[in-house]
Design a protein around this ligand. Structure first.
Ligand code: MG
Ligand code: MG
Length: 252
């Protein structure tokens, strides 16, 4: 069932989202070759908890053991931070984070270059970011869910990359994963009509090669079947009467 949020609820989510946006920025600035993924987890956990009432949403969610997901290179999503996993020059690392504040969740992800990266990886990051922007732009009340997916898919496929289909965006609010599902592919004017007060996480996951995925033996980390690199960008947004409002952006 789709939960339409009141203005009061959206304002709470915007406050949580601002903490989340600052956390994402801090991590983007912190990434260095030689750090471990657990170092990043600690930075995020400490920073989120330094804001009264805010907690890292992922810790314990579906029994996930850490406060962020860190997914390197061919890993798409849900990588588990580890003291044994160091990031290296030339890697790309996707960092997915959630914040819970006053009973409401927000969700965001970014993919960061570790030092200098190759041109194809640069293009992958640019295209995935552009695909997210196109999806957000399509999130208006005259549109349907399919318009978001179609906008994302168009950008990704025009660049010669693949949209991951096994994982999708989602409604978000009191629940971390609420209805509706928000696929990164689709047809315009299909699916649920978007209405003001709907809050969703739009999160293109884009592979350089084919769209296929596989889950590793740790039962969390999802990788591309063909071993090609993957990027992930995500924002939580609210549909309004006019432009969509990005709840996980820094002010200005
Ligand atoms: Mg996320
Ligand atoms: Mg999400």
């Amino acid at each position: 069932m789709i939960q339409i949020k009141s203005q009061r609820e959206i304002e709470i989510m915007a406050r949580g989202g601002e903490i989340l946006a600052a956390t994402v920025k801090l991590l983007e600035e912190s990434v260095r070759p030689g750090m471990t993924t657990m170092d990043l987890d600690k930075i995020a956990d400490d920073f989120i908890r330094s804001h009264p009432g805010a907690t890292p949403a992922f810790k314990g969610l579906y029994n996930f053991p850490a406060s962020i997901c860190t997914s390197i290179n061919q890993e798409i999503v849900h990588g588990i931070p580890s003291k044994k996993r160091a990031i290296e020059e030339g890697d790309i690392i996707s960092i997915d984070i959630g914040v819970k504040l006053e009973g409401y969740y927000t969700d965001s992800a970014t993919t960061v270059a570790v030092g200098r990266i190759d041109d194809e990886s640069k293009k992958l990051l640019d295209v995935t970011k552009q695909a997210l922007a196109a999806g957000i732009e399509a999130a208006t009340p005259e549109n349907h869910l399919g318009d978001i997916g179609a906008a994302v898919q168009q950008v990704v496929e025009a660049a010669g990359f693949s949209v991951v289909r096994d994982l999708v965006g989602h409604g978000i609010g009191v629940g971390f994963h609420e209805d509706p599902q928000v696929p990164n592919y689709g047809k315009p004017k299909r699916g649920v009509r978007l209405q003001p007060g709907l809050t969703i996480a739009i999160e293109p996951m884009v592979n350089v090669g084919g769209p296929g995925t596989r889950t590793m033996p740790d039962r969390w980390t999802v990788v591309s079947v063909d071993g090609t690199r993957s990027a992930h960008f995500e924002h939580t947004i609210a549909i309004t009467e006019k432009e969509p409002r990005v709840l996980t952006a820094l002010p200005g």
